[in-house]
Design a protein around this ligand. Structure first.
Ligand code: SF4
Length: 241
């Protein structure tokens, strides 16, 4: 039997993912675009569970962009400390809020171009906000799960988020861009673990070119051993985006 084309297989994958995860959604807690923006900045190199623990208190203390701009740096650092890279993240939150006040009357802008000009905000964060707070994604959020799953599922041969995003945008209709990320993230967390993918019970196995014993070697980030000074240096520079 001839193999289905990539676009046909992608459509079948989407259908199975939609059936498997009908409730897939952003696992960061938020009630408005500003909260999602700040939570997403904090989520760099941190779990959503940890971020939600932190924002439960943070969002009581800071409700508006003006609150973030005026809160003392030390107080903000203490609040966000459990998310790691807390000095840089606190600085980004304050700078981001100040820019929102200066350029957008304290409101979160609704375009990728304006969002990515905010301090601490890269394309990934901007697309999270556009997709989940406004329902108008301008791209696909490619995090570590989406990166790995795209490779394993044969949706992209590339390894950089930028190129993977372009492949996904070409393959998947725009109306599914926001949900596609959630589907892949949920599948990555629940079934297709980086080190131990559960291919034997995977709902996508029949459509996945990586199904089987070799899957764990595909799409994983290379582990880089860091020296102590390099690790310390990283503490001063949160990777956001
Ligand atoms: S079959 Fe295996 S490698 Fe493919 S998506 Fe499922 S768990 Fe991941």
């Amino acid at each position: 039997m001839p193999r289905p084309t990539l676009s046909k297989r992608a459509a079948e994958l989407l259908a199975v993912l939609a059936r498997t995860y009908p409730d897939a959604h952003c696992e960061l807690d938020f009630t408005n675009p500003l909260e999602l923006l700040m939570a997403t900045i904090l989520s760099a190199q941190c779990t959503d569970v940890r971020v939600n623990q932190v924002t439960r208190r943070l969002f009581v203390r800071c409700r508006t962009a003006a609150d973030y701009a005026s809160i003392p740096q030390e107080e903000l650092e203490a609040l966000v400390q459990p998310t790691g890279f807390f000095r840089a993240k606190a600085r980004h939150l304050k700078q981001c809020a100040s820019t929102l006040l200066e350029l957008h009357a304290g409101e979160v802008p609704r375009s990728l171009e304006a969002l990515t000009k905010l301090p601490g905000v890269g394309r990934k964060t901007a697309n999270v906000v556009l997709g989940d707070a406004f329902g108008t994604p301008e791209g696909v959020v490619v995090d570590t799960h989406v990166q790995r799953l795209s490779r394993r599922l044969g949706l992209s041969k590339h390894s950089t988020p930028e190129k993977i995003e372009l492949d996904l945008m070409r393959l998947v209709p725009r109306e599914h861009w926001a949900r596609l990320s959630h589907w892949l993230i949920w599948h990555g967390r629940r079934r297709c673990d980086a080190r131990k993918p559960d291919c034997a019970h995977c709902e996508l196995a029949a459509l996945c070119p990586s199904a089987g014993e070799g899957a764990s070697g595909i799409g994983r980030k290379a582990t880089v051993k860091r020296s102590a000074p390099a690790t310390r240096q990283r503490q001063t520079q949160a990777k956001t985006g």
